[in-house]
Design a binder for this molecule. Structure first.
Ligand SMILES: [Zn+2]
Length: 393
């Protein structure tokens, strides 16, 4: 079992810092924590720990806890079971060599596990930890004030708060250091204590190994995928989910004149696979296409409503999705963009073909007679509002 939060009985939270140690930012984080008399847990990357053992020692000597964040921070869902075990074990042995004892806690990169990590972390008695509050929110370049505001809004007893003292986006640790004093002041003013994970979580053996039946493994990868892209459902009633993304390509000029600049925040749309499967189960085969289209239109209407009502959504210049069904999507107002962003498309083509074979009753047959290649489709915010905003009843 993955732990996401501590017991809610006491006014206490655990601050967790990922992706260090960083020779510049980790010592500054330690200084600030010391000023406030506060302890936290550092999920460090084994390779970096190896390069800066003195920082690891400084973390532990000042009463903080050190956790396992794998050796290289590769996304686990891309790794074989054997490589996954190596990632966990190699980081653990680096930490054991420096600190004289193995880590108690393990956080996979981006919080996303795979079946091998689930089994192995249980076997080596490292409790898997996620978070209940992501301090940097779902905007990867949250400004310091934004970090404080996010925590202020979502702080709750037993919270496990995810922050970054290293890596991530280049400016993330600098922004954290800028935000940290205000953040700690806020937490203390509200009467919360900051504890290490060992202090926050009740004593108990690491959770027993989950059975890795094919479906469970699949759900796990699915979840990993969503976590990797930071996907969340913006409206429970729809099968569209939305995640944050940055446009990395060249300037993109959409039909209605919207220009998406490199570095712009865009929304990444996905289909909620569980909902799509529910549809396959409950709707007669010949109607699936029709119902799916109707549900997607409804999802886009709800998204348009969101954009009108909630400020953060208005910062998104456009929405994109990468899909095998790009021809169908053009009927919903999307346009196809030809510029290729490489491995992302190949991985997605592969993944979506797999889903198609697996989930669709006629899966294998559907794959024949058409070039199944994923394309990125775009819908500008303007076009979304024009097509879908007023039509909501
Ligand atoms: Zn990380």
């Amino acid at each position: 079992m993955t732990v996401r939060r501590g017991p809610a009985e006491h006014r206490a939270v655990a601050l967790t810092f990922d992706d260090g140690p960083d020779p510049v930012f980790t010592p500054r984080v330690l200084d600030i924590l010391a000023q406030f008399g506060v302890r936290g847990t550092f999920f460090v990357i084994g390779k970096r720990a190896e390069q800066h053992p003195e920082i690891i020692r400084a973390i532990a000597d000042t009463g903080h806890e050190v956790g396992n964040h794998t050796y290289t921070h590769r996304p686990l869902w891309l790794l074989s079971p054997r490589r996954t075990r190596e990632e966990i074990d190699r980081c653990a042995s680096v930490l054991t060599a420096i600190l004289g004892k193995p880590p108690r806690y393990f956080r996979p990169p981006w919080g996303q596990s795979n079946p091998a990590a689930v089994r192995h972390s249980a076997r080596v008695q490292q409790q898997r930890i996620r978070w209940s509050l992501r301090g940097e929110g779902w905007l990867p370049l949250a400004a310091p004030e934004m970090i404080v505001r996010i925590v202020a809004r979502r702080l709750h007893p037993g919270a496990i708060i995810d922050l970054h003292d290293g890596g991530g986006f280049a400016r993330t640790p600098a922004r954290l250091v800028a935000a940290l004093p205000d953040l700690l002041r806020l937490i203390q003013e509200r009467g919360y204590r900051c504890l290490t994970l060992s202090e926050l979580l009740p004593e108990g053996p690491a959770a027993a190994s989950d059975t890795t039946l094919s479906d469970r493994a699949w759900a796990c990868y699915e979840w990993a995928w969503n976590t990797w892209f930071g996907v969340k459902r913006f409206d429970r009633a729809t099968l569209l989910t939305l995640g944050p993304a940055i446009h990395y390509g060249p300037d993109l000029i959409l039909r209605d004149g919207t220009i998406v600049h490199p570095g712009a925040q865009v929304g990444e749309l996905h289909l909620d696979r569980v909902q799509v499967m529910r549809l396959h189960r409950t709707v007669p085969q010949y109607r699936v296409g029709f119902v799916l289209r109707r549900e997607l239109e409804d999802g886009l209407r709800r998204l348009a409503q969101r954009v009108i009502e909630h400020q953060p959504y208005r910062q998104l210049a456009a929405f994109r999705s990468t899909t095998l069904f790009w021809q169908e999507a053009t009927r919903l107002g999307f346009e196809v963009c030809v510029h290729d962003i490489g491995w992302h498309h190949r991985v997605l083509s592969w993944y979506q073909r797999l889903l198609l074979v697996r989930d669709h009753p006629l899966g294998r047959h559907r794959l024949r007679g058409r070039r199944w290649e994923a394309r990125t489709i775009w819908l500008s915010r303007q076009e979304l509002l024009r097509r879908y905003a007023e039509q909501r009843r």
